[in-house]
Design a protein around this ligand. Structure first.
Ligand SMILES: [Zn+2]
Length: 363
């Protein structure tokens, strides 16, 4: 037997429990060792998925993430600790994974996936895991994977609802399923999530990734799995190719669907530093549009008028320009749009109170 076919004593011992499974065996373990997996996003999905792929001995993992670790990540992004706050996620994740398994290769790409790097990254992978929470990145991945005939595993969480689908080159693509970018929360994130819900979905994703790499039946292949984490129910729908899908018909070379207005950068929004400057000028009214309970739990001061009670005639709003805040910037943006449509000068804090606090390291 050729040397590359055999295992070191360390590998043989490390993977003993899974090699014992007839579905894996030495041949399956070799397949995992030869596999190159691209993980896009090292957050709430990517962290648990990467841990188990590294543990199982997937030979090469590439982690792509342009963000730094923040305090608000730690409740679900299990690869990181408090000492990682402020450091790049891709490098911190790679370090953690490599410390758990020195027999695999872990690579870190400290940049977001975009048009400039998608082809190079996808071309070098046998399987791609979508662990982002950005619809725009998913369309990039979808098109890149079509161009290079690569399979990719989509996963998304919206509060207690999870979605999982493996798009293989021989089946429907993501754009067949979602022809346009939805305006919903799948993209503008910020709805809140329990860490364990994202973690479980990340593990479902890792499980199907391993099955796929092992050549086993993969339930999410050409299917959409809809998972209800509150009731622990799973539904499975067959995906059908849309004969008019621009991505499929043009082999991933069609123009991507435009981002909905809520996802695009907006002149309504101020970054935390600019928002702080505007506040300090003292000529505007700060309005927190979260619920009274959220306001009571933590606030930056100002008025509390929940979004569903916001009325442009409300005398408390006064005459001065309005600076709007909420938890993550979604509700306050809606409030700003509403107020501006009624002729008021209103700006919103981009990323909300969480971005504000993240910038200050939670202090
Ligand atoms: Zn398609």
């Amino acid at each position: 037997m050729a040397a590359e076919d055999s295992f070191s004593a360390r590998e043989w011992l490390r993977y003993a429990r899974q090699v014992q499974l007839p579905e894996v065996g030495p041949a399956g373990q070799r397949r995992l060792r030869a596999a190159r997996v691209l993980i896009v996003g090292a957050g709430g999905l990517g962290a648990p998925a990467a841990l188990y792929l590294a543990g199982a001995g997937v030979g090469q993992l590439t982690l792509v993430d342009g963000d730094a670790v923040a305090l608000s990540n730690l409740h679900r992004q299990v690869l990181y600790g408090e000492t990682d706050i402020g450091t790049g996620k891709a490098a911190a994740a790679a370090r953690q994974l490599q410390s758990r398994n020195a027999d695999i290769e872990v690579r870190a790409v400290a940049a977001p996936l975009g048009a400039d790097n998608v082809d190079e990254l996808v071309a070098g992978a046998d399987l791609v895991l979508d662990c982002t929470d950005r619809m725009a990145v998913r369309y990039q991945l979808n098109a890149g994977c079509r161009r290079h005939q690569k399979p990719w595993l989509f996963a998304a969480v919206d509060r207690f609802a999870g979605q999982l689908a493996l798009f293989a080159p021989d089946g429907a693509c993501f754009q067949c399923l979602y022809p346009r970018q939805p305006e919903g929360l799948l993209d503008c994130a910020a709805a809140g999530v329990l860490g364990v819900v994202q973690g479980l979905l990340g593990l479902l994703q890792a499980g199907d990734a391993l099955k796929f790499l092992l050549g086993l039946e993969t339930p999410s292949r050409n299917h959409l799995l809809l998972w209800d984490a509150l009731n622990l129910e799973l539904r499975r729908l067959r995906l059908r190719r849309d004969p008019d899908c621009p991505c499929c018909t043009r082999g991933g070379r069609a123009e991507l669907p435009p981002e909905p207005a809520c996802a695009a950068g907006s002149e309504l929004e101020l970054a935390p530093a600019a928002f702080a400057t505007a506040l300090e000028r003292g000529d505007a009214v700060l309005v927190d549009v979260r619920s009274a309970a959220e306001f009571a739990a933590f606030n930056l001061g100002g008025l509390n008028i929940p979004l569903d009670e916001l009325d442009v005639q409300d005398p408390r709003l006064g005459e001065r320009p309005l600076l709007l805040v909420c938890q993550t910037g979604v509700r306050s943006r809606r409030a700003a749009e509403h107020l501006r449509a009624a002729g008021r000068a209103a700006l919103t804090l981009s990323g909300g109170i969480l971005a504000w606090l993240d910038e200050r390291g939670g202090d």
